[in-house]
Design a protein around this ligand. Structure first.
Ligand SMILES: [Fe+2]
Length: 326
């Protein structure tokens, strides 16, 4: 069934100090659409919607929800019926209950990740050619979510066969079981990726940059502003997806990827690319190793009904990280 899911749209994260977050994300190169003592709405330079990242001040860092944009309200209704038929609890949030966004539904996906669907978001000025306002890494737009989950193979089949995503690339581990999968609705490598690990947790949110030099500029600005310890991994190039990447941790440990250089996946006869987990060129094309924190640490996610943290489960596939052989 095609629910007309367009793309990854926004994430709602809990943070413990809005002012600290604002200073960090502004330096990184996001645009602040709006802020008060308890909320910070951020977007990229080419985005014409109000925000792609909503940070809420709370006692503890967590992921409230990750959201997908759909074509129309009809798609929201159809998704709600679909999830209810599957026996899932759906939370409907009426227009006006959340700033800048129309009505939405929220549900825990098959892996336990809290997801949301919306069709409408307030329009704002697109700053693509306001070069006088471009700073830091000059973040352009949200690109994807990466989720660490117990059972990637189940997520893979559910998103492909129930929600009509397509697979661009995947990694196999022990017994040729799917260890990670990159799934898309828009014609890029992914809107969401699932990786084998302790979960459900949100591993990172990827934001698109216009070129690799913007990524280097981001590193320089972060370091000069005293944020060098927030740079966790990179710059480098992923074998998988071909992305030029940098991973940074925000003041609460939420991981943001700056990302550039993937490719077109629109053709229906595009064949998903398979990687072996221990292929050293898979994770970093140039061969250098990722730090353990990148495999071990991720953001906790919340129950859409209770607001409590979802209990973590050990991954189905034993191997939690590749063997590094060079
Ligand atoms: Fe990513």
């Amino acid at each position: 069934m095609n629910f007309n899911i367009i793309r990854a749209g926004r994430a709602v994260l809990h943070v413990t100090d809005i002012e600290k977050s604002r200073l960090f994300y502004e330096k990184l190169g996001f645009v602040v659409t709006d802020t008060d003592n308890e909320n910070l709405f951020l977007r990229g330079l080419e985005e014409h919607n109000h925000h792609s990242l909503w940070l809420k001040q709370k006692q503890e860092p967590a992921v409230e929800v990750i959201s997908y944009k759909v074509t129309s309200e009809k798609d929201i209704d159809e998704l709600e019926s679909f999830f209810r038929r599957q026996g899932r609890e759906v939370k409907r949030i009426k227009a006006g209950e959340q700033p800048a966004v129309g009505q939405t539904i929220r549900v825990q996906d098959i892996t336990g990740i809290p997801i949301e669907f919306y069709a409408e978001m307030e329009a704002v000025e697109r700053l693509l050619q306001r070069y006088d306002l471009h700073t830091g890494a000059k973040v352009q737009r949200i690109d994807h979510f990466n989720c660490m989950v117990r059972d990637v193979e189940t997520a893979y089949h559910y998103y492909l066969h129930k929600l009509d995503f397509a697979c661009s690339e995947y990694t196999v581990g022990e017994h040729q079981k799917i260890w990670a999968a990159w799934l898309h609705r828009k014609p890029s490598v992914h809107d969401v990726a699932f990786m084998n690990g302790v979960g459900p947790r949100l591993h990172h949110i990827g934001f698109w940059l216009k070129d690799p030099m913007s990524l280097i500029d981001g590193c320089d600005v972060l370091a000069a502003a005293g944020y060098s310890t927030n740079i966790e991994r990179g710059p480098g190039r992923h074998g998988l997806s071909n992305a030029f990447f940098l991973y940074v941790r925000d003041p609460d440990g939420h991981r943001i990827e700056l990302y550039n250089g993937d490719y077109l996946t629109s053709d229906p006869d595009f064949k998903p690319i398979k990687w072996e987990l221990d292929d050293p060129m898979r994770q970093t094309f140039w061969g250098h190793e990722a730090p353990d924190s990148w495999f071990d640490e991720a953001s906790d996610v919340l129950d859409i009904q209770t607001g409590q943290k979802i209990a973590l489960q050990q991954p189905k596939l034993k191997k939690s990280k590749p063997q590094f052989i060079m």
